[in-house]
Design a protein around this ligand. Sequence first.
Ligand code: FES
Length: 153
Amino acid sequence: MENKRRDFLKTACAPVVFSMFGVSMLEACSSGDDDGYGTNSPSGSEDTSDDTDADNSISIDLSSSNFSDIKEVGGWMNYTAQKMLLLRISDSEIRAFSNICPHAGANNQWSHNNSEFTCGNHNRSFNDDCSGSGLKLTCYTTKIEDNTLTVTR
Ligand code: FES
């Protein structure tokens, strides 16, 4: 009987033994992963996808004089720095398109009339609402908030 008790004391976790004597030593049984940052700590890699999304968006300050052409409904401009056509539809909507002509890639001969953009390189026209069949301008998602236009490509 005495040998069995000695063997038990040798192999049992110390806190269990201590608890038998009314001593709470739960911390003593931990394995070193008790710093509070184990497998539940957040992974930094999840944040990078947000950065990638942000890279696909650009913000435009509509109060800048660079964008005076799209202040009025019906106004449009070729925003060559970002390779896009911008078209004011209403106070709350501006459409954005790639300025790369779907016909042969020209980007600097655009005009706009009667709900169509026309590329002067070969005089092809494209609807300004991305509808229709065949060749179309590439359309982007836009949002206006507090005089800032956000275009997501
Ligand atoms: S490149 Fe635009 S119409 Fe041909």
